[in-house]
Design a binder for this molecule. Structure first.
Ligand SMILES: CC(C)(COP(=O)(O)OP(=O)(O)OC[C@H]1O[C@@H](n2cnc3c(N)ncnc32)[C@H](O)[C@@H]1OP(=O)(O)O)[C@@H](O)C(=O)NCCC(=O)NCCS
Length: 144
């Protein structure tokens, strides 16, 4: 089941975030994003266990995919695809007609996932990431 996250989901979202990213947002950043009316979070659950989440920011008809992650114990089972499909559906319902994101150049799994959905590489941002320092690839899906 994929649904819009509630504040009670923050702990599980934070748990998965920390599992997949040593630069995971802090708890306060997550709480602030939850309170931001321009943001929405989706969670993917099975038998009440949270297996993944996505965070999106909306600005008029443009959406930014802030993050998407699956619990590494459950990689490769299609959950990332399901989440991204749900993200696009929900963003469209909320008025978005394009979506962009930044991703580490070396994150082949994520880049491949985005390409599967039609995202195109549009630019790079030099030194965008730290720890370790790396360029970001900007990817855009112009209509969905
Ligand atoms: C990216 C991520 C969400 C994919 O989740 P997942 O549930 O394993 O993905 P799925 O099983 O749905 O696979 C979807 C697609 O992702 C790509 N993919 C997933 N794992 C991959 C791997 N190890 N190598 C290459 N491509 C991969 C493929 O395109 C795959 O499609 P295919 O099965 O038709 O080839 C997951 O790897 C993750 O949480 N990574 C850490 C967090 C992260 O980097 N998020 C992106 C931040 S910008």
């Amino acid at each position: 089941m994929i649904a819009e996250a509630k504040p009670r989901d923050i702990d599980e979202i934070h748990r998965i975030f920390k599992l997949v990213d040593k630069n995971a947002w802090g708890r306060q950043t997550l709480e602030d994003a939850f309170e931001n009316e321009n943001c929405f979070f989706l969670v993917l659950k099975q038998e009440n266990k949270t297996l993944g989440f996505a965070a999106v920011m909306l600005a008029l008809d443009e959406a930014e995919l802030l993050y998407i992650a699956v619990d590494p114990h459950f990689y490769g089972r299609g959950f990332g695809k399901s989440l991204l499909a749900a993200v696009l559906g929900r963003a469209k319902e909320k008025g978005a007609s394009s979506m962009y994101l930044e991703v580490r150049l070396s994150n082949h799994a994520a880049v491949s996932l985005y390409e599967n959905f039609g995202f195109k590489k549009s630019a790079s941002r030099r030194g965008y990431y730290q720890n370790p320092s790396e360029d970001a690839l900007v990817m855009v899906l112009t209509s969905f």
